[in-house]
Design a protein around this ligand. Structure first.
Ligand code: PGA
Length: 240
């Protein structure tokens, strides 16, 4: 039985004061479900301090594929591990689309994270154009195979995030999510948690989480609103 996970992706949002209020409310409100927040690098220390000893885990949103050296502006897996990070997002579509991250680079980052004992949350997903062209499975398979071709998925987490659903308010239907999760499940096996991400809100979370092979969510906008994030965690918990 896979334990459900709800991970918040704060993206480039936050301030010391806002973070503290948000974390206080999450810690107070979250039930028994496993949850995590993935935060901007400068806030890792603050988040680690506030969440130490709570059931809320923390992580980063990116890392370097390199171990150390002349890589100005980059952050290594070992540095994140030093902050007590459990998770790190890898291959988010914003990294791929805005920063030109390739499949090979995402796979190298995945390996670097695992090498340092972090759990990557590896993101795959198709654009609307790709979906309309009937290429959804081919695209997510290509993205995932870059990792599987290099080694084991191990205890990493997979996240299906259709690009057209991210930050658009247009979430995948439960049936659309089920179909892609089922396809991904065949490739990663029964032990891997597969999260759905893309405009998950308190209003639609329960229906999505009720689908087979959906093991929780990766939450962007709604993870910045304590009440919404807590409600989404509750929706994940109530599933049988
Ligand atoms: P969203 O973002 O929930 O705001 O759509 C999800 C994500 O990008 O991880």
């Amino acid at each position: 039985m896979r334990a459900r996970l709800v991970a918040g992706n704060w993206k480039m949002h936050g301030s010391r004061a806002a973070n503290l209020a948000l974390l206080d409310a999450i810690v107070a409100g979250v039930g028994g479900v496993e949850c995590a927040v993935c935060v901007p690098f400068p806030y890792l220390a603050q988040v680690a301090e506030r969440l130490q000893g709570t059931q809320v885990a923390w992580g980063a949103q990116n890392l370097s594929e390199y171990a150390s050296g002349a890589h100005t502006g980059e952050v290594s897996a070992a540095m994140l591990a030093e902050f007590g990070c459990r998770y790190v997002l890898v291959g988010h579509s914003e990294r791929r689309q805005i920063y030109g991250e390739t499949d090979a680079q995402a796979a190298a980052k995945f390996a670097a994270a695992q090498g340092a004992g972090l759990k990557p949350i590896f993101c795959v997903g198709e654009t609307l154009e790709e979906r309309d062209a009937g290429r959804t499975e081919a695209v997510v398979a290509r993205q995932l195979d870059a990792v599987l071709g290099k080694g084991r998925f191990g205890d990493a987490v997979l996240a299906y995030e259709p690009v057209w659903a991210i930050g658009t308010g247009r979430t995948a239907t439960p049936e659309q999510a089920r179909a892609v999760h089922g396809f991904l499940r065949q490739r990663v096996g029964a032990a891997t948690r597969i999260l759905y991400g893309g405009s998950v809100k308190p209003q639609n979370a329960a229906a999505i989480f009720a689908m087979p092979d959906v093991d929780g969510g990766l939450i962007g906008g709604a993870s910045l609103v304590a009440q919404d994030f807590v409600a989404i965690c509750a929706a994940a918990q109530t599933k049988g």
